[in-house]
Design a protein around this ligand. Structure first.
Ligand code: HEC
Ligand code: HEC
Length: 275
């Protein structure tokens, strides 16, 4: 695993990734020409290759503990599934024939690793074992994708999912109406811009006349760019291009790129009217 992407703090995968036994195929039976053997071989052949391998208790003990507070499906669990899993297990793609945006799909019994979600038993739920890397070769999300798309779940996130499952894995009927949190300049965006931009964009010497010190000044924009935020209009808000690191005219583009998550937040702030 790429250590610079490891955001789990003290939590780390319990064992190195190695070739999986469950991927090994049996040798083609050579004895099948012998009379009598063929029936036996075809009987063996039809058995599942590898029964579900139980996870040793010592490995289970390494799971991040379930959070000790009530967990809410709509505001916590579903948004995490959406951010971390739907790209491959959502309406468009169902890798491993697994779809997580519907209750029925999410609770399926997996091919080789038992129920994906076993209400009340997080240690028997494949999504937990996979997210924690306890099932060889089945770390979810799989590593090695684009940055931001394959980040392993944090210990906190795994603990949150465990708590949800242990509390009964409640998934309300019907379509999920998502709750989008309100994003305000004060404190959300102000904090973010102060941390990433203020050292060059504040005070009398703010680069390009662009200052992040107040909502008013951000909305005023800069000397050559003019307005970079158009409330409610993502396409006309050039700030988003700048923050995505995709503005080729800006000096030091790398000083202008912010993490995907923060960019999404700025986007939501502008969508909600940049207040
Ligand atoms: C980048 C794509 C990708 C993402 C993101 C992803 N998965 Fe997967 N997932 C896969 C692939 C590919 C497989 C099939 C792997 C195999 O069978 O070897 C799979 C298989 C699974 C399975 C087994 C399904 C079965 O029936 O056998 C589960 C459970 C699962 N993923 C859970 C998750 C969870 C939970 C997340 C989010 C935390 C997630 N995945 C994120 C690609 C992804
Ligand atoms: C290391 C210093 C540095 C950091 C950090 C930085 N910038 Fe800049 N920025 C510059 C420089 C240099 C320019 C070009 C100024 C000029 O053309 O005179 C610039 C230009 C801009 C402009 C265009 C202003 C105009 O109209 O000329 C905007 C908007 C901007 N930056 C936004 C940001 C934001 C938002 C952040 C934080 C994510 C940020 N910058 C972080 C150095 C920085």
């Amino acid at each position: 695993m790429n250590s610079k992407k490891d955001t789990r703090g003290t939590w780390s995968l319990p064992f190195p990734r190695s070739p999986s036994i469950s991927r090994l195929q049996p040798m083609t039976p050579k004895l099948s020409s012998l009379p009598g053997w063929s029936a036996l071989w075809s009987a063996l052949w039809s058995l599942p290759l590898v029964a579900q391998v139980p996870i040793p208790p010592a490995q289970l003990a390494k799971l991040p503990p379930a959070l000790k507070r009530p967990v809410d499906f709509k505001t916590e669990v579903y948004p995490l599934f959406k951010a971390a899993c739907f790209k491959c297990h959502g309406p468009e793609k169902q890798k491993g024939k697994y779809r997580m945006d519907t209750r029925e799909g999410a609770f399926k019994v997996t091919d080789d690793h038992g129920p994906a979600i076993q209400a009340g038993q997080s240690t028997k739920s494949a999504i937990i074992l996979m997210a924690a890397g306890l099932i060889d070769e089945m770390l979810m999300p799989p590593p090695g994708g684009k940055p931001g798309e394959s980040d392993p779940l944090t210990a906190e996130q795994i603990g949150m999912l465990r708590a949800w499952i242990d509390q009964g894995a409640v998934w309300p009927d019907g379509p999920i109406t998502e709750v989008v949190p309100t994003v305000r300049f004060d404190p959300d965006i102000q904090k973010l811009l102060a941390a990433s931009c203020a050292k060059c964009h504040s005070g009398a010497t703010a680069e390009g006349g662009f200052s992040v010190e107040s909502l008013e000044r951000v909305l005023n924009g800069g000397k050559s760019y003019g307005r970079v935020v158009v409330p409610g209009d993502l396409r006309k808000s050039s700030l988003l291009t700048i923050l995505a690191g995709k503005d080729e005219d800006i000096p030091k583009p790398e000083a202008h790129r912010i993490p995907e998550k923060s960019l999404k937040q700025v986007e939501e702030w502008i969508r909600q009217g940049a207040k």
